[in-house]
Design a protein around this ligand. Structure first.
Ligand code: HEM
Length: 406
């Protein structure tokens, strides 16, 4: 059987055919990991939903959200992140942070997101020939996150680099020396140290009477959980998760989405002619070119999924890449159809841990494609895309394009 753990498997393309076959024959299938305990891959849409909806039985906290067994100190750090918390702690933390990410609050950022996007397009116009991933897409999430957290512009590229090392560490271009080794905590530690300093500086500035408009850093530092505000160390973990969760994924949506449109020229023309189709196109991009392949849970008790016995302590991967093409849920699942309605893809997860940044990601996606198509009547591929070596990130690392104004 194809090795579905090996990051090499994902370099040419996600293994959609193998997933389709397994959904039929072995929808909860065992996968070995060399030198580590293997895991169950959950491949059907309904089973992924079931696992996500049982956070006490299938824990995010016990072993974190990636399939490798992490060292204890790394796990301890992760447990300060929403992503790797279980109820009731998760509920208490999320309740405090969630109001800042509601649709209405995020909607107010549209003007800022559009200004940032227009500036990126203006730079791209100057360049003409670009590596679309790094010259164009990468700038939007890192500047948006930077702006809403009040990070100085000159520090944003470094933060982006740390985020990329964390989520795509198994790619030789991103981690030349250690890409074959298990995930390391170095880049997240460096980012957390930066964030701790950022929080300390902000508290000092406010104590000294600085009266600029509050940003997300101020709001998060003021939020109370269990009757106390965040320490600078809590803030460090929170910042790392926000930047890591929001950077690569969004960049991937933008780059993967542009490639999907170029591969479907009639759809591209349709969207150009009627930009009101862009929100539907963004959803289909998320389904068809989902930025994350999976997130993990750990069984806290013996369980059974689709007739397969799972023992307490075993790992499970909710494979979004497979669930998003489940023929039980989607007609013509391999087709790229921006008119799908409903489109119940699982690219943002579902239930308790449903992506907190969903409204921001959708806003960035919509504004980006509106501005891209309005600025460049001609977009041409000048070389082959290169994909990241990763079983977690479904990302393109290089997409050579020529952007023309007419
Ligand atoms: C296209 C872009 C994005 C994708 C595909 C994505 C995907 C996901 C997924 C699949 C989860 C669920 C994790 C789980 O069930 O274990 C998640 C959670 C999360 N996302 Fe996103 N995300 C995106 C953008 C963002 C952005 C822009 C932010 C922040 C501004 C963000 C912040 C978070 C946070 C904080 C969580 C944890 C929520 C919790 O555990 O309660 N994400 N995201």
């Amino acid at each position: 059987m194809l090795d579905l753990y090996n990051p090499d498997t994902y370099i040419p393309a996600p293994p959609h055919e193998a997933f389709a076959e397994l959904r039929r024959t072995s929808p909860v299938c065992w996968q070995d990991i060399p030198g580590d305990e293997g895991y169950w891959m959950i491949l059907r849409h309904s089973d992924v939903v079931h696992v996500a909806k049982e956070p006490r039985l299938f824990s995010a906290e016990t072993g974190g959200v990636v399939v490798e067994t992490l060292p204890q100190d790394q796990l301890e750090n992760m447990r300060n992140m929403l992503l790797a918390m279980d109820p009731p702690r998760h509920i208490a933390w999320r309740r405090n942070i969630a109001p800042h990410f509601k649709a209405r609050v995020i909607g107010e950022l549209e003007g800022q997101v559009r200004d940032i996007t227009k500036a990126i397009m203006a730079d791209a116009k100057e360049m003409g020939d670009v590596d679309f991933v790094h010259d164009v897409c990468a700038h939007l999430p890192s500047n948006v996150m930077g702006q809403i957290m009040g990070i100085p512009e000159e520090d944003r590229p470094q933060i982006h680099m740390w985020a990329e090392q964390q989520t795509s560490g198994s790619d030789p271009d991103i981690n030349p020396d250690t890409y074959m080794e298990p995930p390391s905590a170095n880049s997240s530690m460096q980012m957390a140290m930066y964030a701790i300093e950022h929080a300390a500086k902000r508290r000092e500035a406010r104590a000294n009477g600085a009266d600029f408009d509050p940003d997300l850093t101020d709001l998060v530092l003021a939020a109370e959980v269990d009757g106390r505000t965040m320490t600078d160390i809590d803030f460090g973990s929170f910042f790392v998760q926000l930047v890591t969760a929001g950077n690569d994924t969004t960049r991937t949506m933008l780059a993967g989405g542009t490639l999907a449109l170029l591969q479907h020229p009639e759809t591209l023309e349709e969207v150009r002619a009627d930009p009101s189709l862009i929100p539907g196109a963004v959803e289909e991009i998320l389904r068809w070119a989902n930025p994350l392949h999976y997130f993990r849970r750990t069984a806290t008790e013996d369980a059974e999924i689709a007739g397969q016995k799972i023992s307490a302590g075993e790992k499970l991967a909710m494979v979004y890449t497979s669930a998003n093409r489940d023929e039980e849920v989607f007609d013509d699942p391999n087709g790229f159809n921006i008119h799908r309605s409903p489109n119940p893809h699982l690219s943002f997860g579902i239930a308790q841990h449903f992506c907190l940044g969903v409204h921001l990601a959708r806003l960035e996606g919509r504004v980006f494609f509106e501005e891209l198509l309005a600025t460049f009547p001609v977009i041409e591929q000048t070389g082959q895309p290169r994909r990241i070596r990763s079983n977690l990130n479904n990302s393109i690392k290089e997409l050579p394009l020529r952007l023309q104004v007419g």
